[in-house]
Design a protein around this ligand. Structure first.
Ligand code: ADP
Ligand code: MG
Length: 246
């Protein structure tokens, strides 16, 4: 399996704070990999850097062998990276169908369907995330779990090769978590490479075969979840923070 994402010595500073500190890792095509760390560890910033929402101070990011380090977000989407946001975002005044149609008009989204920007294509995506019954409803009146499904639908409408999911389980009930969990597994089985964050290792324990752990911007462990859960440095990183761990 080839390398789909290569991150080399990534550093991002906000004033005096180093949010991401000399961070390096690789993801193979078809992998299912997690990124954990206590709140403030730098997980979202790593995603913001990969997706072009933040500019790095130093280091490089290669996607499929292409240097994307300073690329604009829309170009990165067109190459095949989609992301969801920890704080749910959607087009509030468009119904769910139109929320899906917008990203389906991206370059890769168009390639994935002959029925460009059609209701049929958007409906099939809404169906795959379990929201087809609500196609004509605006997102403002949806429960939180449905908004997370919509986020994932919007991300897959652009036909990504690599999907970045930022804390997709946070704020959800157990039942809602299960639905999202199954949806993510389906995408993985369809061949999408998945990189997923969580601040509670338990959420990712039975989901991903490999997890990266970060603390204060640094990579502190990389391995199977059960191994990482017993890593001394990881345990110390969580100690005294009041964060739930396992
Ligand atoms: N835009 C920003 N401006 C200033 N500080 C930021 C910004 N984004 C993140 N940070 C800081 O960077 C650190 C890492 O944040 P973040 O990447 O959101 O962590 P995580 O997602 O692991 O909780 C935190 O200390 C946070 O306050
Ligand atoms: Mg975060």
């Amino acid at each position: 399996m080839g390398i789909i994402l290569e991150v080399k010595n990534l550093t991002k500073k906000f004033g005096g704070l180093t949010a991401v500190n000399d961070f390096s890792f690789e993801i193979k095509r078809g992998e299912f990999i997690g990124l954990i760390g206590p709140n403030g560890a730098g997980k979202t910033t790593v995603f913001n850097l990969i997706s072009g929402f933040e500019k790095t101070n130093s280091g490089t990011i290669y996607f499929d062998g292409i240097d994307i380090t300073r690329m604009r977000p829309y170009k990165i989407v067109n190459l095949g990276i989609a992301r969801t946001f920890q704080l749910v975002r959607s087009f509030k005044f468009l119904n769910l169908l139109d929320n899906i149609i917008v990203p389906s008009l991206s370059k890769r989204g168009r390639k994935s369907s002959k029925e460009i920007g059609t209701d049929e294509y958007a409906s099939s995506i809404l169906a795959s995330v379990g929201l087809v019954d609500k196609a004509r409803i605006p997102p403002v009146i949806l429960p939180h779990g449905d908004l997370r499904k919509l986020q994932i639908g919007k991300a897959i409408a652009s036909n990504p090769q690599l999907l970045l999911l930022d804390e997709p389980f946070s704020g959800l009930s157990h039942e809602e978590q299960k639905v999202i969990n199954d949806l993510i597994i389906e995408l993985y089985e369809d061949g999408v490479t998945i990189f997923i964050t969580g601040h509670v290792l338990r959420e990712l324990m039975n989901l991903v075969p490999r997890v990266l752990a970060m603390h204060q911007g640094k990579l502190i462990a990389d391995g199977p979840p059960r191994e990482v859960a017993n890593n001394k440095i990881v345990l110390e990183a969580y100690l005294g923070r009041g964060d739930e761990f396992a």
